[in-house]
Design a protein around this ligand. Structure first.
Ligand code: DX5
Ligand code: ZN
Length: 216
């Protein structure tokens, strides 16, 4: 089954409660929350108190994407704030600290995940794959919504799908960046089962129809 995860980075922050409540009617699967620290990426967005506030108004799973330096420092806080899936970037710390962070996340009963930036090769996921419930392949440089989809990430996506099928078949494979009806199909063909969509979702005239078209 294909899952859809709207990125609330493209929601109307003045009406965040309205936009998040509307997600359920549109039939989406996860709420994708982009956390940026102005250091790992050149932008600053949502933090721990906002995740905790969102938790109170939706029972949809919160898919929290940490684009922060040395995330081990904050995984307890994000788990306590109500993340259901917590994603770290492999580029954000040493292998030892990333493994420690994944372990800590699972100890909270939260799904542990890693993400790779466009320039990071597929093999970079291998040390972590046994400890992950989801792998996120970036199809734009992380930092901003509304960028163009990088189709040249598809061979990497396909390779990671093969690793997952061989080593950890229950693991989900998510893509993030520039996903729309057309590029979403390309991602599914190359092995993705979770599609993050920010600007395309929130610009859609009919979000329910948009969600269905991604899943079709
Ligand atoms: C980018 C974020 C994405 C972004 C996606 O750094 O991780 O989740 O919001 O936005 P679109 O779908 O507009 O590329
Ligand atoms: Zn994201």
């Amino acid at each position: 089954m294909i899952k859809v995860a709207p990125s609330i980075l493209s929601a109307d922050f003045v009406n965040l409660e309205r936009d998040i409540r509307a997600l359920r009617e549109a039939g989406v699967d996860y709420v994708h929350v982009d956390v940026m620290d102005g250091l790992f990426v050149p932008n600053i967005t949502i933090g721990i108190p906002v995740v905790a506030a969102i938790r109170k108004i939706t029972d949809l799973p919160l898919d929290v994407h940490l684009m922060i330096d040395r995330p081990l420092r904050y995984v307890d806080d994000f788990c306590k704030a109500g993340a259901d899936i917590l994603t770290l970037h492999v580029e954000a710390d040493t292998e030892e600290n990333t493994l420690a962070a994944l372990k800590k996340i699972r100890e909270h009963g939260v799904k542990a995940a890693i993400s790779v930036k466009p320039k990071t090769p597929a093999e970079a996921v291998l040390p972590y794959l046994p400890y992950c419930d989801l792998i996120l392949v970036m199809t734009v440089e992380p930092g901003f919504g509304g960028q163009s989809f990088m189709e040249d990430m598809m061979p990497k996506l396909k390779t990671i799908r093969a690793y997952i099928d061989e080593m950890n078949p229950g693991c989900e494979l998510e893509v993030d960046g520039g996903v729309n009806e057309k590029t979403g199909k390309v991602c599914i063909r190359n092995g993705a089962n979770v599609l993050v969509a920010g600007s395309a979702y929130f610009k859609a005239d009919d979000p329910a129809a948009f969600t269905q078209s991604l899943k079709a």
